[in-house]
Design a protein around this ligand. Structure first.
Ligand SMILES: NC(=O)c1ccc[n+]([C@@H]2O[C@H](COP(=O)([O-])OP(=O)(O)OC[C@H]3O[C@@H](n4cnc5c(N)ncnc54)[C@H](OP(=O)(O)O)[C@@H]3O)[C@@H](O)[C@H]2O)c1
Length: 347
């Protein structure tokens, strides 16, 4: 066990981005994943979630045989997946019950995450469940584990590359006490299992996903609608790398391609660093809603990331943040856009 295999050489280089840039989808239209994974059997766990569902549906639309794994606590999400040609298989990662997933699948994309805020539950699902999944799928050609930039130590406006210091980023939020630590532990599991099973693996540290289905900026929009202040860190501005759902979907083949032993670790975010202050200001401009910021130390700090490796392995993102946020408002609250101070779409 432990013999190196896989398409890319991970941290040492990998195959690199396709010449056109894997993320080049254009700013509008449905999320598209391209034909690179057509005809292959792909297991997508967490397929009813914010990030997993559009990926599963786009892969199925592009001709992959997609098997979705979740407990399917959301029956409507299951129905949407089945309508999109996805086969749904109930699994419970917390119990390590993944045996009904097809062990012969070519590729596994793990977007499942437990955020119960209970240590035992979240460690069992996010860490133990990942171990069970990688063991079950040890013969796959690639395993992509979705991690988070919430694994980085809070360090103000430091720009983190993949070797940056890790820490309990989300400890400041009482409702997400288990998140950063269980995600760090999950990365350790993925690293170990990649070697143990010689399973080419990518660990993708996702920044702030958003789109028509929601995300953190959509949550801020709801705060603004309710007339509530938006928390920002006192060390202003609060900067992240929001990445639109269309870019997430378009970069999946690159993440698969980058899988290697030892595991490839890559930051995964939008090309443009954008602050909460900037995106809420733009949402206010679009909708005419007021935004009131509440600077505090009781919220997470900026997490800025170095995207050099992402650009080499996956290409660039293509949805300008203002275009993506405007699309989000149109999808979720079109009535607000009509009253806004502007209806132009910045390029
Ligand atoms: N959303 C963000 O802002 C953000 C930011 C950075 C990174 N990420 C990462 O992106 C990935 C996807 O996150 P998300 O926001 O899409 O998550 P989400 O919307 O909360 O969805 C979580 C998914 O995991 C499944 N799941 C939860 N517990 C499970 C269990 N015990 N067994 C099997 N499946 C289980 C859920 O389905 P059931 O409940 O039906 O089982 C659901 O499909 C995660 O790795 C997350 O850490 C997210």
């Amino acid at each position: 066990m432990g013999e190196e295999r896989g398409a890319g050489s991970g941290e040492a280089g990998g195959r690199g981005a396709s010449p056109a840039g894997v993320g080049a989808t254009g700013a509008n239209g449905p999320a598209a994943v391209g034909a690179a994974l057509a005809g292959r059997t792909i297991v997508v766990t967490g397929a009813t979630g914010q990030v997993g569902e559009p990926v599963a549906l786009a892969l199925a639309a592009a001709g992959s045989n997609v098997v979705a794994g979740a407990r399917f606590t959301d029956a409507t999400a299951r129905a949407r997946l089945e309508q999109g040609g996805v086969t749904c298989v109930a699994v419970d990662l917390g119990a390590g019950e993944v045996g009904d997933l097809p062990a012969e699948a070519d590729v596994v994309l793990n977007f499942a995450v437990a955020k119960s805020n209970r240590w035992a539950t979240d460690l069992d699902a996010n860490v133990g469940g990942l171990a069970a999944l990688m063991e079950h799928h040890q013969r796959a050609s690639a395993f992509v584990h979705c991690s988070t930039t919430a694994v980085y130590k809070p360090l103000g406006h430091h720009v983190f590359d993949e070797d940056g210091p890790l820490g309990d980023n989300h400890a400041v939020w009482p409702f997400l006490q288990t998140y950063s630590i269980s995600k760090i532990a999950a990365e350790a599991t993925a690293r170990w299992a990649a070697r143990r099973f010689a399973l080419p693996t990518t660990i993708a540290r996702l920044s702030v996903p958003y789109g028509d289905r929601g995300g953190w900026p959509a949550f801020h929009l709801e705060l603004m609608r309710a007339g509530k202040p938006v928390p920002v860190h006192v060390d202003a501005p609060s900067v992240y790398h929001p990445i639109h759902e269309r870019d997430i979907v378009a970069m999946v083949p690159g993440l698969v391609e980058a899988a290697a032993v030892p595991a490839t670790v890559v930051n995964w975010g939008g090309d443009e660093p954008v602050s909460i202050e900037e995106w809420c200001g733009y949402l206010a401009e679009l909708t005419g809603l007021d935004v009131v910021f509440a600077p505090t130390t009781d919220t997470i700090d900026s997490v800025q990331i170095d995207l050099t490796r992402m650009h080499r392995l996956l290409g660039h993102t293509s949805v300008p943040w203002r275009t993506g946020m405007r699309s989000m408002v149109v999808a979720r609250h079109p009535e607000l856009l009509a009253r806004g101070g502007t209806t132009t779409t910045p390029s």
